[in-house]
Design a protein around this ligand. Structure first.
Ligand code: ZN
Ligand code: ZN
Length: 327
């Protein structure tokens, strides 16, 4: 056994998972993969980070803790190796000098340093377990994830629904968030932070929807080039689907709902590109005459919740066009 071939054993967590960490220094995302799947399904050449999609060979995914534990084992091995070699060396020397009347070497071995090599355990198991719909790899994450570590598959449907759920929980708990902020930053700051969070949810919902609609469209029309921004405008997106499948957004939303969602999409545009200030283009594109140019748009919780509801209706409908099933 040479120093580079120390057998290191890993044991899984209670649920059978093995800790891994993204080697991309900007990411260092921690995740777990089922130990059997790691052995059987992960390829040596390419493993994907579930968070950032970075790829690297399979030997680069040790967590910081695992590397520390491996180093401890290696240090323990080196110490016991050296102590053994010293024993051997001095023992041999002592023996060869026996009978030499000028030099006498006696060597008494010190306390033996034994090599400790306990199996390396994992962090306690996490709640969220995901099975890849494409390759059936089981992995577990904290928070959320985008890519399967084995095949890199991006579970569009799941990621989309998770994003919407996160936004919804944030809107629903805005009062608690306000109270927490108030304690740390005072009333005024808490008020503007919450306002900005609610305004931000419009952007979150719209960008999640755009990405989702683009993916579904690509499944139906793999060769036609579309940009994700084509789905930023309700009418344009609806027309693309209508041309491709004969079904547009008006199949799932009423006329009034389409006008309303269009207005909310336009308000998001104003928030993201004009610092929330109404301009003539907004009034023209949204048909919303309750504002005049130069006013600031007002977004309330119920506006964000309404947008969420429309987007869910649309994506339900679109998922059937793309052949995706809602989990
Ligand atoms: Zn990563
Ligand atoms: Zn997979």
């Amino acid at each position: 056994m040479s120093l580079t071939e120390i057998p290191v054993e890993f044991t899984s967590d209670e649920k059978g998972y093995y800790d891994r960490q993204c080697p991309n220094e900007k990411c260092e995302y921690l995740f777990k993969i089922h130990m059997e799947d790691w052995k059987e399904k992960a390829s040596d050449e390419q493993v994907f980070c579930p968070m950032c999609g970075h790829t690297a060979t399979s030997d680069q995914w040790y967590t910081h803790e695992q590397i520390e534990a491996i180093q401890e084992i290696a240090a323990s091995y080196a110490q016991s190796y050296i102590s053994n070699e010293l024993d051997k060396m001095f023992g041999k020397m002592a023996r060869s000098m026996r009978g030499n009347k000028y030099v006498q070497i006696t060597y008494k071995p010190g306390k033996k340093i034994s090599f400790v090599n306990n199996p390396i355990g994992q962090r306690p198991e996490w709640e969220l377990e995901i099975t890849c719909e494409k390759c059936q790899t089981r992995y577990s994450v904290f928070g959320s994830a985008y890519f399967c570590p084995c095949c890199g598959h991006n579970a569009v449907e799941r990621v989309f629904n998770e994003s919407l759920d996160t936004v919804q929980k944030m809107i629903e708990s805005i009062e608690d968030i306000y109270n927490t902020f108030e304690k740390s930053y005072g009333k005024d700051k808490a008020e503007s932070m919450c306002r900005s969070m609610i305004e931000g949810t419009l952007g979150d919902i719209v960008s999640a929807f755009q990405k989702y609609a683009e993916e579904i469209y690509k499944q139906i029309m793999p060769t036609k080039k579309v940009r994700v921004n084509d789905f930023q405008i309700i009418e344009k997106g609806s027309n693309l689907f209508k041309e491709a499948t004969g079904k547009g957004y008006d199949l799932w939303l009423s006329h009034d709902e389409i006008e309303d969602i269009n207005m909310l999409f336009q308000q998001r545009h104003i928030i993201e590109h004009n610092n929330g200030l109404i301009d003539e283009r907004y009034i023209q594109n949204s048909g919303d005459i309750s504002y005049r140019a130069g006013q600031r748009v007002i977004i309330k919780n119920q506006d964000a919740m309404r947008l969420l509801r429309y987007v869910r209706k649309l994506s339900d409908g679109l998922s059937k066009l793309g052949g995706m099933q809602n989990g």
